[in-house]
Design a protein around this ligand. Sequence first.
Ligand SMILES: Cc1cc2nc3c(=O)[nH]c(=O)nc-3n(C[C@H](O)[C@H](O)[C@H](O)COP(=O)(O)OP(=O)(O)OC[C@H]3O[C@@H](n4cnc5c(N)ncnc54)[C@H](O)[C@@H]3O)c2cc1C
Length: 544
Amino acid sequence: MAAAKLTSGERDAVIIGGGHNGLTAAAYLAAAGLKVTLLERREILGGCCVTEEIAPECRASTTSYIASMLRPEVIHELDLAAHGLRMVPCNPALAVPFPDGSALPWWTDRDRMLRELEQLSPRDARQFFRVDDELKRLARYLEPFFLEAPPDFSRGGLRGNVDRLRLGARFRKITDAEVSRLVELLTGSLGEFLQRNFENEKVRTLLLANSLYGKHGGPWQPGSSVGLLFHLLRGGIKEVQGFFGHVIGGMGAIAQALAAAARKAGAELRTGSPVARVDVRGGRARGVVLEDGTEIPARVVLSNADPKRTFLRLVDPRELPDDFRRAVDAIRMNGPCAKVNLVLAEEPRVRGIPDDWRPSERALFTLVPSLDFAERSYDAAKWGKIPDDLWVDCVIASNVDPTLAPAGRHVMTCFVQFVPYRLDGSSWDAERERLGDAVIRAIAEYAPNVPRSLVARQVLTPLDLERIYGLTEGNIFHGDLSLDQLFFMRPVPGWSQYRTPIDGLYLCGAGAHPGGGVTGAPGRNAAHQVLSDWKRGPLRRSRA
Ligand SMILES: Cc1cc2nc3c(=O)[nH]c(=O)nc-3n(C[C@H](O)[C@H](O)[C@H](O)COP(=O)(O)OP(=O)(O)OC[C@H]3O[C@@H](n4cnc5c(N)ncnc54)[C@H](O)[C@@H]3O)c2cc1C
């Protein structure tokens, strides 16, 4: 079939995928004066950062649901508030109900939190703030790395030395004790950390619920304590460390604000435009070809699709070194999460969460009653089973933003970890509704009015996350966030600076440093890398 030529002619940059990182990259590149076209396969922009209708007039953040990591720099530089972004701090940041009918909230107000903890253990109450202060101090060492390309240790010469010096400069003021603590947190297990530091099981569980998110591994796995640092980055418009935010209008409002910023800067954003392949000739990306055969020439191509999708499906294998393809193929994906979105006729009444708390204070609860429960849950998922012990993170979004549902309706999103991508002896098409039923049963143990008030239910298994949102193996972060897949190892060693073995092809999504979550960081960093290469000339000279 003869490919149709695009009438608008060659673009400076084409971006494959309109997830929030693709949109971020589009906004920065267009603002720098490049002619940018972004191509999204779905009919909606935002990727895993969307608000969608799940029942008549009821809208939900169908995938990501809490904004905790969106970089303040992105918010300010792209003026997202002027483009309609409004976030409301979660207070409590989370709450864990227990089988004995009590619940432990994590208040953001220090005095209120102190009073809550003192009832459980005066020792842990003191320790909680001491540990929190220390973790915040340590997280500040890591924070600057989020918004820059990681050092490339494979490079020699002046550039390699500059990278090494940059790394050294970031840790100039670190003390010996802090180095030990950092290494311990990066390599140790969350379970051991919590046992060592806290005596009360409920306090331990609260920290667990806040620190192990969306990744492979139970709380006793080495390296699981790194999550304690991840959630302590600055976030929100006011740049608060450890920020958790509800987004008014759902997470899609972030994507909409980014899209508005990109359009204002002149970017063209197209939906319903699946890219079939990157056009590579002579070792250089020269544009893309859509599934309908349309060719879109460009001097540079950025991919917001995950690394496996980008390199194993959109690029001719002959254009990539074998060892690179093997390394990409080995990236750990394999789920391990699902999402169940509900419309309810009544607000869930959760045991232990008092009716006289404000509606926004009653908006979150996490079902993970102990470390052992979490470990059992991961263990089952590891063997390809749907766990009997389901860890479910629930947000009643309509308690904070009533515009999401009409009167008499409530929207609750339920994030489920851990579940496998590959089920042992069955398939997700056969088991989808069984997972939905199990989630409702798990919630009913704490909020008995939920089953009778169910109006609509959307179950997104890891397979659905792959099919609908384009996530290879349903991995919500475009690759597990384990130490061996982070920093200069992300997406694969030697290629952490957004460039790829193909000249003019860049990765700008969560599969690149610093990884997944709604941060905008990979999109911003990749755009800066493109612009720095652009200034040096090779991209401008590449016009075929
Ligand atoms: C269920 C779930 C819950 C989550 N919860 C949270 C949370 O509460 N907080 C948080 O911070 N993070 C959360 N995350 C993680 C976070 O949403 C993602 O890591 C992040 O949104 C990834 O953004 P991205 O722009 O890099 O990629 P994506 O959002 O995956 O976007 C990539 C885009 O590329 C498109 N695409 C792929 N291939 C092609 C092609 N060939 N042609 C055209 N377009 C293509 C896809 O359709 C998609 O729109 C969650 C994710 C999921 C799935």
